[in-house]
Ligand binder design. Structure first.
Ligand SMILES: Nc1ncnc2c1ncn2[C@@H]1O[C@H](COP(=O)(O)OP(=O)(O)OP(=O)(O)O)[C@@H](O)[C@H]1O
Length: 253
């Protein structure tokens, strides 16, 4: 039996005729932050999206191989994709709160998934999620204000609270700080540290220092292939592959 939370085996992804990911196998464990790094266009985001079937939303995308969540094939016909995306939540590059109140942004998921038995319990889930996302103190007096009125960094923490509210097992983050200033970025990085114990976290980042700061495992992609995977300290201090070394020393990318 496979003990990993998510296990990808021999994954290929095509956009029409073009192959974007070639034969990638990777495991992701609970309590671990894994960084996906590599030069622009190497397929990091494409691979990340296979982990909760976000590629389904791209008309010409096709995924081959097997991806299992707790041993269960997520591409199986009987898989409920809405349920899957609650279990494997996602935070995007650009914060994308719904044009609704702060409260509703967080309450929506638990409500549609039937996680609260009444309004008091729903309010509890909203409060707990906002606290866990490090946003509660800043918004507790204005929960009915629009989520889109928050600063960029606050919006991103709101999106993290929204993902957390449905009790996910895995959180995927696609360059979650690239639209944020350094202070907001530092808050998100701290938050990733705090969340680490509860979820398997997979983060795509262009920022090598960020990968080194937040992750315990790193996967280096190049031209759609997984070149090297290991502990973050090994990848950054003792890479085995020449291409990894060139990338982390800034020789290309
Ligand atoms: N919707 C799409 N249709 C066709 N080709 C796509 C699509 N999305 C991505 N690609 C192509 O697939 C390859 C991998 O793209 P992807 O965005 O996954 O790379 P990335 O490593 O995340 O890049 P970046 O760091 O620039 O975001 C690229 O060649 C890209 O042009």
């Amino acid at each position: 039996m496979n003990a990993s939370k998510i296990s990808a085996r021999n994954v290929n992804v095509f956009y029409g005729q073009k192959q974007a990911i070639s034969d990638v196998s990777l495991d992701f464990d609970s309590d671990v932050v894994t960084a996906l790094i590599g030069p622009s266009g190497c397929g990091k985001s494409t691979f990340l999206r296979t982990l909760n079937r976000m590629n389904d939303t791209i008309a010409n995308a096709r995924v081959e191989g097997r991806i299992a969540l707790d041993g269960e094939d997520i591409y199986a016909a009987e898989m409920d994709v809405v349920q899957l995306r609650a279990r494997v939540g996602m935070v995007f590059q650009k914060p994308n709160p719904f044009p609704k109140s702060i409260f509703e942004n967080v309450a929506y998921g638990p409500r549609i998934h039937g996680l609260a038995s009444g309004s008091a319990q729903l309010a509890d889930i909203v409060e707990r999620s906002l606290k866990r996302a490090g946003l509660w103190d800043e918004v507790k007096d204005r929960l009915s204000d629009s989520g889109t009125a928050l600063s960029g960094g606050q919006q991103q923490r709101l999106c993290i609270a929204r993902a957390i509210a449905v009790d996910p097992e895995v959180i995927l983050m696609d360059e979650p700080c690239s639209a944020l200033d350094p202070i907001a970025t530092a808050r998100i990085e701290e938050l990733i540290h705090e969340l680490k114990g509860r979820y398997a976290i997979v983060i795509v980042t262009h920022n090598m220092q960020q990968a080194a700061r937040v992750s315990q495992r790193t996967a280096f992609f190049h031209l759609g292939s997984l070149v090297e995977y290991g502990t973050t300290s090994d990848i950054f201090t003792n890479p085995r592959q020449e291409r990894t070394k060139d990338y982390i020393t800034g020789r290309y990318g």
